[in-house]
Ligand binder design. Structure first.
Ligand SMILES: NC(=O)c1ccc[n+]([C@@H]2O[C@H](COP(=O)([O-])OP(=O)(O)OC[C@H]3O[C@@H](n4cnc5c(N)ncnc54)[C@H](O)[C@@H]3O)[C@@H](O)[C@H]2O)c1
Length: 347
C-alpha cells in the first residue's frame, strides 16, 4: 500500500517509522504547510507543495492525517472525494458535526476511514479486551479508566490546549483515548453524565480535569477520568469487572492482571502479565517504540479492511471516532446542565 502523510510533525515521524516496518508498504509523498517539513518527511517520495496536488496524485492509496484536529475534516473529505482511503489521527475532529460529515463522506465515497486510537493495540489492553470478550471474567458489570499527565508542560504548541482547535481540553487530548477504550470494552453507550473543570490551569473552555459516568444499553456502567494535573507524571489504567473476575491494564510500565474465578467469590486465579521485551525496548528506544509498534498493527488491520478481509477487531472505524467525540461533548453538556445526556443509537 502506498501512503502519503499530511502534517509532518511529531506523530507523523512515528507513522513513517511504522510504514517502513510494514512489508509491501511505502511512503510516497508528504504535504505540510511548512514546506521544509514536507521535504524532510517525504524523503525519496514527493514533497507536495499543495494539498490539491497530493490529492490528484494517482499513486497514493491512503492519506494519513497528522495535522491539528481543526483541519482534519477538510483534509479527510478532500482525500475521500479523491478516492483515497484515510487514517486520521485522534481526536477525529474538533466537533461532533465535523465527525458526522466525515463519516458520511467515507460512506458516500465507499472508502475506508479509520481513527488513530492506537492505545487499543497496547498488549495489556488487548489482554483485557480478550478477557472481556471471551467471557473469562464472566458477564461484564462495569469498566473504569483513568488517564492523566502533568498538563501544560507536556505540550509543544498552544493549539494542543486550545478549545477552538482541539474541541476541548483533557477529554479531547489524552481523555479521548480513554473514552474510546471504555466504549470499546463496554459496548454501546446510551447515557452520559459528567463534570468538566477548569480550576487549575484556568484555560478558556479547555478543561484540566473531567470525570464521566457512562451507562450502557444493557446496564453496564463505565466511569472515566481525564486529567492535566497528574503531578506524578503519566498515569494510565483501565479495569473491567465481571461476575467472575476482573482484568486491569496499566501503563507505564506496561502490565496487566487478570483474575478469574469459577463463581462470584470462589477462589481467584491470578495472572500477572509483564511485557518485558516491550519494557526493555522502551528503556533504550523510548515510549515512541511502543507507539510505532501499535501503528504497525493498526495499519496491518487497516490494509485488511481495505482488502475486504476481516481485521483483528481492534481497529477504530470512523463511527468509533464519532462516538468518542459524541461522548466527550455529552460530558460537556451534562457538566453545564447537571443532567444525563441520552445518546442516539444510530449514526
Ligand atoms: N495517537 C496518539 O496518541 C497521538 C499522540 C500525539 C498527537 N496525536 C495527534 O496527531 C495530530 C498531530 O499532532 P502532532 O503532535 O504530530 O503535532 P505537530 O505540531 O508536531 O505536527 C503537526 C504538523 O501539521 C502541520 N500542519 C498544520 N496545519 C496544517 C495544514 N492545514 N495542512 C498541512 N499541514 C499542517 C504543522 O506544520 C506540523 O508540522 C493531532 O491530531 C494530535 O492530536 C496523536
Amino acid at each position: 500500500m502506498k501512503f502519503a502523510i499530511v502534517g509532518a510533525g511529531n506523530i507523523a515521524q512515528l507513522r513513517r517509522a511504522a510504514i517502513e516496518e510494514l512489508p509491501g508498504c511505502s511512503l510516497v509523498g508528504a504535504y505540510d504547510i511548512a514546506p521544509e517539513r514536507a521535504a524532510a518527511m517525504a524523503g525519496d517520495g514527493t514533497a507536495f507543495t499543495s494539498l490539491d496536488a497530493l490529492m490528484d496524485a494517482p499513486s497514493i492509496d491512503t492519506v494519513i492525517i497528522c495535522t491539528p484536529p481543526d483541519t482534519h475534516e477538510e483534509i479527510a473529505t478532500a482525500a475521500l472525494a479523491a478516492g483515497k482511503h484515510v487514517i486520521v489521527e485522534k481526536p477525529m475532529a474538533n466537533s461532533q458535526a465535523a465527525c458526522l460529515r466525515m463519516v458520511k463522506a467515507a460512506r458516500k465515497a465507499d472508502r475506508v476511514l479509520t481513527v488513530g486510537f492506537n492505545h487499543r493495540y497496547f498488549p495489556a489492553i488487548k489482554d483485557v479486551y480478550q478477557a472481556v470478550t471471551s467471557g473469562a471474567i464472566g458477564t461484564l458489570s462495569h469498566v473504569r479508566g483513568y488517564t492523566g499527565h502533568t498538563g501544560l508542560s507536556e505540550f509543544g504548541a498552544e493549539w494542543m490546549y486550545s478549545k477552538d482547535v482541539m474541541g476541548g481540553g483533557a477529554l479531547m487530548d489524552n481523555g479521548i483515548h480513554m473514552i474510546d477504550l471504555v466504549h470499546h470494552l463496554m459496548g454501546p453507550v446510551a447515557g452520559v453524565c459528567g463534570k468538566a473543570m477548569t480550576k487549575v490551569w484556568n484555560l478558556d473552555r479547555s478543561e484540566d480535569n473531567a470525570y464521566a459516568l457512562l451507562t450502557g444499553a444493557d446496564g453496564v456502567v463505565g466511569t472515566l477520568g481525564a486529567s492535566w494535573t497528574e503531578w506524578k507524571g503519566y498515569h494510565f489504567y483501565i479495569e473491567a469487572y465481571g461476575t467472575q473476575g476482573m482484568a486491569r491494564a496499566y501503563y507505564a510500565p506496561m502490565r496487566s492482571t487478570i483474575i478469574t474465578m469459577k463463581r462470584p467469590g470462589a477462589a481467584p486465579v491470578k495472572k500477572n502479565n509483564f511485557y518485558l521485551p516491550l519494557i526493555f525496548r522502551e528503556k533504550f528506544k523510548g515510549w515512541q517504540s511502543t507507539a510505532i509498534q501499535t501503528f504497525v498493527e493498526e495499519m496491518t488491520d487497516f490494509q485488511a479492511l481495505v482488502a475486504g478481509r476481516t481485521p483483528t477487531g481492534h481497529i477504530a472505524r470512523a463511527e468509533d471516532g464519532y462516538r468518542a467525540i459524541e461522548i466527550a461533548n455529552a460530558v460537556y453538556s451534562s457538566s453545564d446542565s447537571g443532567r444525563t445526556v441520552k445518546l442516539k443509537k444510530d449514526i
